[in-house]
Design a protein around this ligand. Structure first.
Ligand code: PGA
Length: 275
């Protein structure tokens, strides 16, 4: 069924549009992706669409099917990829490029997720190259940063984030800075069932915005969206979104089932209308 969904409303005060991202990781075939999207479309209502932009990041193999499903039914969901290579083409067996993603109407690309840093050896330099390539290709990177438990315990969270972000900001195209999305994902909170407290996440999100302001200026920093990720679920989504520097959520486990993800997106009490 084709119907029109309203545009998300910018938040009063900040002017930023909230963004909630489903990171499916290594889950869902293309058939499961289609079924998920149809179900989510059935479950969400106009209020949900006003409150946040919704992005779905399936595996590469499901992008084409998801693109067609979204387009056919006029769904308001944005497509995202979970990774990318920085070269546009060439002898790089197994890789996928930004222009290839752009052809599939992909808008966002998750870059530097801690699983890629940890399991696939991605360094700050690799993450920076990917982020710059995404932005130069007209797409928007969701740059993931975050400390591991030992770093948190040692009290060095801020210097870890500074190192991770400085690498990206050093080579990031200036014209695209305002669109940049940064996801603060404490590594110890991912998939653990133990999220950061909203207060701690807010404090780090404010630090991130301040750091961006000190490197590239207040104007861009005030537009950059900072997400929180790590064991986000129905019961805590509202509390994170209520924080002034948290502009959205990066959701793993709780995004896999359409019922659960729809509940999270429509979590009660609903946030007050933003305009
Ligand atoms: P989680 O994953 O919500 O399952 O903790 C978040 C992420 O890794 O992006």
């Amino acid at each position: 069924m084709s119907r029109r969904a309203p545009e998300p409303t910018p938040q009063a005060g900040s002017g930023r549009v909230r963004l909630v991202v489903a990171n499916w990781k290594l889950h869902h075939t293309h058939l499961e992706a289609i079924a998920f999207l149809e179900r989510l479309w059935h479950l969400l209502d106009a209020d949900d669409y006003r409150r946040a932009e919704i992005a779905i990041c399936p595996a590469f193999t499901a992008l084409r099917s998801a693109q067609l499903t979204i387009e056919t039914d006029g769904m308001p969901y944005r497509l995202g990829a979970q990774d990318v290579f920085w070269e546009p083409s060439g002898a790089y067996t197994g890789e996928v490029s930004v222009p290839m993603l752009a052809k599939l109407d992909v808008r966002y690309v998750i870059v530097g997720h801690s699983e890629r840093r940890r399991l696939f050896g991605e360094t700050d330099e690799v993450v920076a190259k990917k982020a710059a390539a995404v932005a130069s290709g007209g797409l928007v990177p969701i740059v993931c940063v975050g400390e591991v438990a030992e770093e948190r315990d040692a009290g060095v969270t801020e210097s870890v984030l500074e190192r991770q972000l400085d690498a990206v900001l050093a080579t990031y195209p200036a014209a695209a800075l305002g669109e940049l999305v940064i996801a603060y994902e404490p590594v110890w909170a991912i998939g653990s069932g133990t999220p950061a407290t909203p207060e701690d996440a807010q404090q780090v999100a404010r630090y991130v915005r301040g750091l961006v302001a000190s490197r590239v200026g207040e104007a861009a920093a005030s537009r950059v969206r900072v997400l929180y990720g790590g064991s986000v679920d129905v019961g805590n989504a509202v509390a994170f979104l209520a924080e002034s520097d948290i502009d959205g959520l990066l959701v793993g486990g709780a995004s896999l089932d359409p019922e659960r993800f729809a509940q999270l997106l429509g979590a009660r009490p609903r946030l007050a209308p933003t305009s």
